[in-house]
Design a protein around this ligand. Structure first.
Ligand SMILES: Nc1nc2c(ncn2[C@@H]2O[C@H](COP(=O)(O)OP(=O)(O)OP(=O)(O)O)[C@@H](O)[C@H]2O)c(=O)[nH]1
Ligand SMILES: [Mg+2]
Length: 850
């Protein structure tokens, strides 16, 4: 019964689509077989109502145009930018818009027809094809967008290319363009110093006036409209998704984010399987999918030849040592060859002759490996000699081995439990940097997002506990303060440019309206004086400085230029346009609060005789100019309620504990928190967050702008999740409470999406109470987040890092936390219940925070 009904339904459906098709063909033309239908031409249906859904073409929805795994793996592609711009009425002229209004849309690839995955097919049946996953037998591989906007000529050429096998057909080559250095590919105007945005495919460069016209709404990121659908130039792979200064000036942050996402994730920009040769064999799409979809895929894959050991998960470039450990047991590539990494040690791991460096590390890790040893290594690091059936240990288990590996840039598997303490002695007998030595010091790792206050806290610790700055450090500090002047200034100048452009745009649209009325004209004339205008001379300086900053060449000009330009710096800073810009500093690409403190004294600071005061040192960002790792050792006066408890019990004073404060700057954290592995033995992680960041905009490098508190949250999460700190207590310092107190009455806490549910219940008559309420709210947010990840309690303390006493109290609080942590492990007194170990208790004078 059911079968018969289904058959009738199918027959009915078939006849109705045949009917629809007939209407599209010239009268009397025979109805082609389904196999012979040419789906590459879609015609807008304007016939009578039909019982099924007429297929629609959505030119930009590449997600539906790509099939199988890729469709599932790549999130929705941006359609926002285009619509946003259309809404704002910005003149576009992009061929994209004209194509949308046209009723005939060309399919880019005839090849897609053969596999039935083309969403542009005109068959009514194709209505289901909008969901590529619903197509039986649709191949799992990314395909370029169905619809592009090429010239007729280009489309013809492509049609030929696309006739080949859909798997083997190489993507069409980029059109070659004649280029002259510094000349815009569209308007032809040239200026070698002007910024250009380059097409990722053909490298055509466009000036800021032309880039949006040449690249349209960028559904695949920065490509000329005629290059959409084409694979990118491989040399540009590393810049995928990295926004340029030009683009961030031209588009809103949301648009930029969407364009960059499309650039990274659209099918056309992905690696093609045949570009990867693994163990001598080019990959097939399923294999590439398997690699990319595994739990630990190789990062930043580029076309090339690789080797892969599926038993251990080791992965490297052909002829080179292992580069990383990826998921094991993937069915990809050919058989691992003995000479895969070009080793010459006569020691073999899973059939591969290992390199000298690996052998050295194995020896350091006390693995016996005479010549002609054949090891079998499994993905958990356990190893045995071939044929002996006797696991001899785990290679990466010891912390020392992992540290050695990281020193030698050899991969270790993530997620190993912290190494056992007995490693310490073996480890210190080797020549390792002093700071890695296991001594009687408690290591405190101080981390935080850029500008959160870590260096200020570090410097306060130095002032507080007796480490003086050396003359070299003072000199470093001076140079840093001097060059920071230019950094602040360039941020302001860049902002000024943007505000001026915005203003002019607004004027233009006003003028359009005003043309209709004479009064309007007068009004426009009156308001034409833009407050963001600067004079020609300063403009010249501004262009020059921004150019240098964009090229990252500041160090080449300073400090030599410091004195020479000091008067101009002062003039620029005092200029009303810059002062107006400064008023809108929260819209700028992060300008610290201290910018005005230093810019006000530009002449004094730029002089040769300038010596930074203690306050200058504190206010200056950073510890040293190069700003990498910094260490300070100190001991604290140990009289505290907890130490009294010790003395009572043991009848002797506790030994003086030394602390080593290690500060890693935010740049050190940005590379996937790689450095953190070095610090798995720290006793506490002190994470610093600037409370006043909740309304600040910020971006990592040239990435898209976002809320800075959210960026802090993300960094916090990744540090908490880091395997090195699974057992380590965390102390959160909520810093800049002073700025927060002042700001909270002007800017509601809810501007940060994470705090959107902040609604203080009681009326707040004083600033104090609203600020403390908000502070408590933020603290609890972090505590909840921490607990949800680690299942433990987060210790929170409030600081105003510029006030020394608050930093002193913070360290004393941290000392208490460390002691409790020690005692929790031993539980020597048997009195440590959860409430004692909680921050809610107030058994210590320092325990007055949430
Ligand atoms: N008002 C106020 N300013 C602070 C406070 N803490 C730090 N600052 C200032 O904020 C700026 C940034 O602080 P830093 O200590 O340099 O921040 P950081 O975490 O070291 O950031 P990077 O050096 O970029 O990694 C400096 O100008 C400090 O003077 C605070 O509690 N209140
Ligand atoms: Mg700093």
């Amino acid at each position: 019964m059911a079968a018969a009904a289904a058959e009738t339904a199918e027959r009915k459906e078939r006849s109705s689509w045949e009917e629809a098709l007939r209407k599209m063909l010239p009268p009397g033309a025979p109805l082609p077989d389904e196999e012979h239908l040419d789906y590459s031409i879609a015609v807008e249906y304007d016939g009578p109502a039909v019982s099924y859904e007429v297929p629609k073409i959505e030119p930009l929805d590449l997600r539906s145009a790509s099939s199988g795994a890729s469709a599932g793996d790549f999130p929705a592609l941006p359609r926002g930018p285009r619509f946003n711009r259309l809404r704002t009425g910005e003149p576009r002229g992009s061929p994209m818009e004209s194509a949308r209004s046209s009723s005939v849309v060309q399919s880019q690839r005839g090849s897609a027809e053969s596999d039935g995955g083309d969403t542009s097919r005109s068959s009514p049946r194709a209505s289901s094809a909008r969901d590529p996953n619903s197509l039986p037998g649709s191949p799992r591989r990314p395909r370029p967008g169905t619809v592009t906007f090429n010239t007729a000529e280009e489309s013809e050429k492509e049609e030929d290319l696309s006739c080949g096998s859909p798997v083997a057909a190489p993507p069409p080559a980029a059109p070659s363009r004649e280029r002259r250095r510094g000349v815009c590919g569209r308007c032809g105007k040239g200026n070698i110093l002007k910024e250009r945005e380059a097409c990722l495919v053909c490298d055509a460069r466009y000036c800021s006036n032309c880039v949006l016209k040449a690249m349209g709404s960028m559904p695949e990121g920065r490509k000329c409209v005629s290059c959409i659908g084409r694979p990118i130039d491989e040399s540009k792979r590393s810049s995928l998704g990295k926004c340029s200064r030009m683009l961030s000036k031209l588009c809103s942050p949301l648009e930029v984010r969407q364009i960059m996402k499309a650039e990274r994730e659209c099918p056309a920009n992905q690696l093609r399987p045949e570009q990867l040769i693994v163990n001598g064999q080019p990959l097939r799409q399923e294999e590439l999918d398997e690699i990319l979809g595994c739990s630990m895929p190789p990062q930043k894959l580029r076309p090339g030849r690789y080797w892969y050991d599926k038993d251990s998960g080791l992965w490297g470039k052909e002829g080179e040592r292992p580069d990383r450990i990826i998921s094991s047991k993937l069915n990809v590539g050919g058989k691992l060859r003995p000479d895969a990494s070009d080793g010459s040690t006569q020691v073999f791991i899973n059939g591969r002759e290992i390199t000298k460096l690996e052998l050295r590390v194995l020896k350091l890790a006390n693995v016996q490996c005479p010549r002609d040893t054949h090891f079998w290594v499994y993905d958990d690091g356990s190893y045995e000699e071939e044929g002996q059936n006797n696991i001899r240990g785990k290679i990466w288990e010891k912390a020392s081995t992992r540290l050695i590996c990281s020193l030698f840039s050899l991969p270790t598997p993530p997620g190993n439990s912290p190494g056992s303490k007995e490693d310490a002695s073996t480890f210190s007998s080797r020549s390792v940097p002093e700071y890695l030595e296991q001594k009687r010091v408690q290591k405190l790792l101080l981390l935080g997002l850029e500008g959160s206050g870590t260096s200020t806290i570090f410097k306060q610790a130095k002032f507080l506990y007796g480490n003086k700055f050396t003359p070299e450090e003072m000199q470093d500090m001076k140079l840093m303060i001097q060059s920071n002047l230019y950094k602040y200034l360039s941020t302001l100048l860049e902002g000024r440019e943007r505000f001026e452009d915005e203003y002019l745009e607004k004027q233009k649209s006003l003028a359009l309206h005003a043309e209709k009325s004479i009064q309007g004209e007068r009004r426009v004339e009156e308001s034409n004086k833009c407050i963001y205008l600067i004079n020609q001379r300063l403009k010249h300086f501004s262009d020059w400085l921004l150019e240098i900053m964009a090229m990252g060449d500041l160090d080449a000009f300073f400090p030599a230029a410091t004195r020479e330009y000091a008067p101009v710096v002062e003039e620029v800073w005092k200029d009303p346009a810059i002062q107006e810009t400064y008023k809108r500093r929260n819209e700028l690409h992060f300008l610290p609060d201290v910018a005005s403190y230093f810019l006000d004294r530009a002449i004094e600071i730029s002089s040769n005789e300038y010596e930074p005061t203690e306050k200058d040192i504190l206010c200056a960002e950073g510890v040293t100019q190069c700003n990498g790792l910094a260490f300070v050792e100190f001991s604290l006066d140990d009289r505290s309620p907890m130490s009294e408890l010790y003395s009572e019990k043991f009848d002797c004073p506790p030994p003086l504990m030394k602390y080593q404060l290690i500060r890693v700057n935010s740049r050190g954290l940005s590379e996937g928190c790689k450095w953190l592995e070095m610090f798995e033995d720290v006793h506490a992680v002190i994470f610093c967050v600037s409370l006043s960041d909740y309304d600040q905009m910020w971006s990592r490098g040239s990435g898209p702008l976002g809320n800075k508190m959210m960026a802090s949250k993300e960094l916090f999460e990744s540090v908490v999740r880091h395997p090195s700190f699974r057992e380590t207590p965390f102390v959160l310092l909520l810093n800049k409470y002073d700025t927060f107190e002042e700001k909270i009455n002007r800017v509601p806490l809810t501007v940060c999406e994470w705090f959107a549910d902040f609604s203080p219940v009681k009326p707040h008559n004083t600033n104090q109470s609203l600020a403390s309420h908000a502070y408590y709210f933020v603290a609890v947010k972090f505590k909840d987040l921490y607990a949800s990840i680690s299942g433990r309690k987060l210790f929170v303390f409030q600081t105003k890092a510029l006030e020394r006493t608050t930093v002193d109290e913070a360290f004393k609080y941290i000392r208490e936390v460390l002691k409790w942590d020690d005692m929790k492990d031993d539980n020597v007194f048997g009195i440590l219940d959860e409430s004692f170990y909680s921050t809610d208790a107030s058994s210590s004078p320092y325990l007055r925070q949430v």
